[in-house]
Design a protein around this ligand. Structure first.
Ligand code: SF4
Length: 310
């Protein structure tokens, strides 16, 4: 079966990257809130990936376009500054290690201006790799891994089908940091619904403190049709937070987390309010910003629903 190129879904910080697909779908397709729920993982042939790297090399050096290469390759390459590459898709770290090493070696050889490669990785993908393997990938410029903690509440992690405990995410983070790779963790505001909100926030702050990542990205739950969580919501078994309740959750998480040096943000398009800063030094300023918006309760201060994105 030929490889289906995935749509571009990326962390906000990868907006300048070249998007190179290694897989399509996610190997852990059981998360009840996620667009990848039930997706079938496809892995791409190494030779196919190398052909794309060759095409990008030819285009960026000499402006030559090849007829058999999809238009999206050139659409992305012409905006690209040659520095960052983001490996797609849901968890490209699942790509078999020997093949991943071969792809990264080829990428380094053909495009030596690249200074950082990033990818999404599940905690399971990271735990399957040894620190030695991660260090090898680091030497090949794998500089950042983006992983979903989603929540630190272990009961909620089981409920949403994440397949790992919060302690396992802490362990995955330890390995990534030991390998010298930056670790970026996402959490999802509203994931516990109204009933689970307090516990979700407090346990998430506890787990984040244990992971002590370089970056935390807060997203706000968006209910996606045809996912199990959406169906629970339709049956009134899940009560979603209001925008201001999601900001109260965010405030509780920031208040109760402690980090060595972490860039914490809610810049993702799914959020109602963008808050950002380095923790702990900016904690007070960020909490004041939230307090102000929470006191005013003015919807005009929030991103309108129609402008929210996944
Ligand atoms: S591991 Fe991540 S990408 Fe995969 S289904 Fe769960 S939330 Fe989605």
């Amino acid at each position: 079966m030929s490889f289906n190129r995935p749509d571009i879904i990326r962390p906000p910080s990868e907006w300048k990257s070249y998007f190179l697909p290694l897989t399509n779908g996610c190997s852990n397709n059981t998360c009840t809130f996620c667009a990848y729920y039930g997706s079938k993982l496809q892995t791409r042939d190494v030779d196919d990936i190398k052909s794309e790297i060759d095409a990008v090399t030819l285009f960026t050096r000499r402006g030559i376009r090849l007829p058999n290469i999809p238009g999206v390759v050139y659409a992305v390459a012409q905006e690209w500054d040659g520095r960052r590459v983001f490996l797609q898709n849901g968890d490209a770290l699942v790509y078999p290690f020997a093949k991943l090493r071969e792809v990264l070696q080829y990428l380094n050889e053909k495009l030596p201006t690249v200074d950082r490669i990033g990818t999404y990785a599940t905690p399971q993908d990271i735990l399957r790799r040894s620190v030695g393997e991660l260090k090898e990938l680091r030497q090949l410029k794998l500089g950042i891994l983006y992983t979903g903690l989603e929540t630190g509440d272990d009961e909620l992690l089981r409920k949403i089908g994440k397949g790992v405990s919060s302690d396992q995410v802490v362990e995955a983070g330890r390995k990534v940091k030991e390998a010298g790779i930056a670790f970026s963790v996402t959490i999802i505001l509203g994931l516990g619904g109204i009933e689970g909100s307090q516990k979700h926030a407090r346990e998430t702050a506890r787990a984040l403190t244990g992971i002590d990542p370089d970056y935390v990205g807060a997203l706000t739950l968006t209910l996606i049709p045809a996912t199990p969580l959406y169906e629970q919501w339709e049956r009134n078994e899940f009560r979603a937070l209001s925008p201001f309740q999601s900001l109260e959750e965010l405030k509780l998480i920031i208040e109760n987390s402690n980090f060595t040096d972490c860039f914490f943000s809610s810049m993702h398009a799914s959020n109602y309010l963008s808050v950002r800063g380095r923790l702990s030094q900016d904690k007070e300023r960020m909490l004041k910003q939230l307090d102000k918006v929470l006191a005013a309760r003015d919807p005009a201060l929030l991103r309108p629903e129609f402008l929210r994105g996944l």
